[in-house]
Design a protein around this ligand. Structure first.
Ligand SMILES: [Fe+2]
Length: 371
């Protein structure tokens, strides 16, 4: 409790069915608006009520790298927007943060990698997520893949914070069940990894508990019926709380192990985290007994403290949501696991947050168990 921490949140939060239409009124005095989207989310642009002052850049790929960011910055330089809107999943929102902060300045991406390197931002930023998972709209961090090394670069700055975030469950109606499940587990993983973190803090634990409970209550319903608006709203809120957890505490081994599955195997971020989640929860259980029991209970699972029983219960939770949990079914080559393990183990900014030390061979053991 005594450790000083800082919590940033968007200046304004709108939440509820149809809330995305409120952006137009908020942005009434904006002259030129650049909407950053992907080919999947471009169709939602007209719901934002921005009329013809909005231009759209919809070229953000699933795992954006520095080149994708460069193209988005070019589009912004040509338009000179006074408002940037992120409309999409976590990748789109991260690109929108960096475009809003960097398009009109002299700083390059490499100049701003790390904490507190962004000098400022003059362009307003609105974030409108279309998936419930990353919680990127809540926070001050943006991740971009390095096209040369395939590793993730993290930029962290209060200048990346949204002026307004809008959580409209209707935008997630059409997310397919398997993607709903995987991204929902990712949102939960943000809460769980912050909650069991070596840097855990009571302020963040509160949000983590609320997020995990919402996942326990609503994720299965959202997977079952995509148009269950209450469940979709619950999951958007869980994702937002997860985003708050990412700020001052952040994730730990779970996300470190998931990264190579994204960058090397090409798995979507949510799916990679869903596959890893039960293993890291179980690995950490012996050193976080009470909190692990709380997590299992919040998810509606029987409470165990034996590592293998925790693993089985959490694994079944993910499988029951329809997630294909076997890495081999996603085309993983067993011969590659050792190098991925070395890579994951080297992500010290996350691994050092883990409550139980994990060696490279422990990581390899987990990857093997997921095959
Ligand atoms: Fe995540």
């Amino acid at each position: 409790m005594a450790r000083p921490i800082t919590l940033h949140q968007p200046k304004r939060l709108e939440i509820g069915a149809g809330a995305s239409a409120r952006l137009g009124a908020w942005a009434e005095n904006a002259q030129r608006v650049l909407i950053i989207a992907s080919e999947h989310t471009i169709g939602f642009a007209e719901r934002l009520g921005l009329g013809n002052k909005a231009s759209i850049f919809s070229d953000v790929p699933a795992e954006p790298d520095d080149r994708a960011l460069g193209a988005a910055r070019e589009a912004a330089r040509a338009l000179r927007p006074d408002l940037v809107v992120g409309l999409g999943g976590g990748s789109v929102l991260d690109v929108a943060k960096l475009v809003a902060a960097l398009w009109d300045g002299s700083q390059s991406l490499d100049d701003v990698v790390g904490p507190d390197k962004v000098e400022g931002r003059r362009t307003r930023l609105a974030q409108v997520p279309t998936t419930a998972g990353t919680g990127s709209e809540a926070g001050i961090r943006a991740l971009i893949t390095d096209s040369a090394t395939h590793s993730k670069k993290a930029v962290e700055s209060p200048h990346l914070l949204a002026d307004i975030a809008i959580l409209d469950p209707e935008l997630t109606w059409s997310v397919p069940p398997a993607v709903t499940a995987a991204t929902g587990i990712d949102a939960m993983a943000h809460c769980v990894e912050a909650f069991t973190n070596i840097r855990a803090h009571d302020l963040i634990d509160g949000y983590a508990r609320m997020g995990i409970r919402l996942v326990g209550k609503y994720l299965a319903r959202a997977v079952e019926n995509g148009r269950d608006t209450e469940a979709r709203a619950g999951m958007m809120l869980a994702s937002y709380y997860g985003g708050i957890c990412l700020g001052p505490v952040n994730t730990a081994a779970g996300h470190a192990l998931a990264y190579p599955l994204g960058t090397r195997l090409g798995l979507p971020h949510g799916l990679a985290n869903a596959i890893i989640f039960p293993h890291v929860l179980a690995y950490n259980a012996p050193v976080r007994k009470e909190k692990t029991a709380e997590i299992l209970q919040a998810l509606g699972l029987p409470v165990f403290d034996d590592e293998s029983q925790v693993l089985n219960a959490a694994h079944r939770f993910c499988e029951d949501l329809g997630v294909e949990m076997r890495l081999s079914a996603h085309g993983a080559d067993p011969a590659a696991l050792e190098s991925w393990a070395g890579e994951a183990h080297a992500i010290r900014r996350l691994m050092d947050n883990n409550p139980r030390d994990m060696s490279a061979s422990d990581v390899l053991g987990i990857y093997r168990a997921t095959l």
